[in-house]
Design a protein around this ligand. Sequence first.
Ligand SMILES: [Zn+2]
Length: 352
Amino acid sequence: MNIDLAVILCLADEKKNQPFDDYAAGIAGCMLEKSPEEKAFLQRYDIHYYIAVNPEESSIARVVDADYTDDMVKGKSFGVVFNRDMLARLEHEDSLAFVLGHELSHIMWRKGFPRIRDLAADEEAACDCSSVRLMHAGGYNLLDVAAVDALYPDKIPGMRERIAKRESFLIENGIFPGKRLGMSLLLRKETFAGLQKEPWKRKSIFETGKEPDAVRIAEELRDIFERGDRTEFKRELDAFLDGKTTEEASKIILNVLGRVVTEFPPITETLARDDSRRKFYNHPVSVMSDIVWRQFRREGKKLLPPEDLRIVSRYMQDNRAYFEQRDRKFWEPLQRAMAPEAQVKSNISGRI
Ligand SMILES: [Zn+2]
């Protein structure tokens, strides 16, 4: 998972980010109030604003697709993530408004908002122009854009051209920054400067010296479902199972699946809900899918505890739409292993 998203999930979980989210949403509201077309367009999406503490990062903000889609065109929820240390170097809310308007413009660009596509052929320049237009409509001081430019050294490729394009856009549209009377607003740093949140990382359950059992693995799957960040866990679980015989590995997997499948909303239901893509990707069945695929393709005898097997086969029948279509490839090796065992099993009474 990308680090921004990890921070988002963690901060959202702890509600520490709320004051900043409210503050930034207020600024966006001011800018969009006088830009009804942009406002109507952006209202189709769920957008929240976050602070991330990420000292290695040199950009001031970025848009993250909070739906986990690879393709922003499909996503409906977005996080605009501001880099705390970069943002803290600005003095005025008006500078923040420029950055915020630029990031919102990226969403509009990706989603094909026509008014922004007409501004410039280049996405960055178009987002800059769109942002100054929003700022101007919202009464923010355009002179404070210079403070944002000053954060970036001259040597960033294309920066000079971007600024030049923005300036000619202002002139063409009869917007003269210097003419505006009024004061810039101070940036309310108290909403974020004190946030000490390090990029959040899931703690490994495989490094404690004590081998996790199916119960512990199932607990971790619950936490992933609730808080995200499945990538490292999957890699480690796979490596852990690689260290076992195929019999042990398949038994652990069945034990885990037997536990988790009944404790969570059915995978087909989660998949069908338009607003819960994050839940779908972090659903235990989804997390376990390629682990099943890798482990059940290993050469060797598999051990399928009858009680778990019964629960899992039942679940697979009830959620056919997922197992037979969506991720069929991943589950085929397990289904193949299940078929003969299931027949044999019906002749023996539940013994393991
Ligand atoms: Zn940009």
